[in-house]
Design a protein around this ligand. Sequence first.
Ligand code: PEP
Length: 253
Amino acid sequence: MRIPIIAGNWKMNTTVSEAADLVRAMQAQLAALTGVERVLCPPFVSLTTVGQIIRGSAVKLGAQNMHYEEKGAYTGEVSPLMLGGLCEYVILGHSERRQYFGETDELVNRKVKAALKAGLKPIVCVGERLDENEAGKTEEVIVREVRGGLSGVEAPTSLVIAYEPIWAIGTGKAATGPQANATISLIRRTVAQLYGDGFAEGLRVQYGGSVTAANIAEFISQPHIDGALVGGASLKAAEFVSIVEQTARIKKG
Ligand code: PEP
């Protein structure tokens, strides 16, 4: 039985006071829902403030990125040790990091190892570009990213994978439920080859890419999809609460 997980990736949005307002607008309703893990991923500078507001509730906190070194001369970076005291989850290998900041599978892999060492729970993002999708390369890309991200990692104590087709992120053009389910089934098979069937059965895999309150049901009703990584819609309190609420209801069956 996999507990569904919905994470809100606020990206580079909200000042500290806007982040506080946003979490206050959703916190009571989020905290009251059961049967689904809820994770908020605000910008680094708002982790402390958001963390203070949700403290004591079941709502969890995640970061959007981190460096793989514990400390050192890396101006502007944030380390796993710094995040360790602040949050539970960390998004790694988001396609915007790969696209705009040149993150490779090798770098993502270093970060996965560092996160696990620091006791953080990685949400590892994989997904194909539109041209790769149209060229029939989805499977090749996904297998490469999953294997690359997890290379040399012993069966992780905690791992979430987010399947985010790049053409669906922030475009309003989501994948269909069956499409996402098929690729997520491939991710599960790939992970089974690395860590065995039992591990893969228990692994939570999210779908991400233009998820809204209007389409979450289509994804979450698929057998292999265990939740969502939500960008734009996570900045609207009522919509994010609705996504979590529908997930809890549908997965409870
Ligand atoms: C994301 O940032 O991970 C994402 C899926 O964004 P959006 O929901 O806006 O497409």
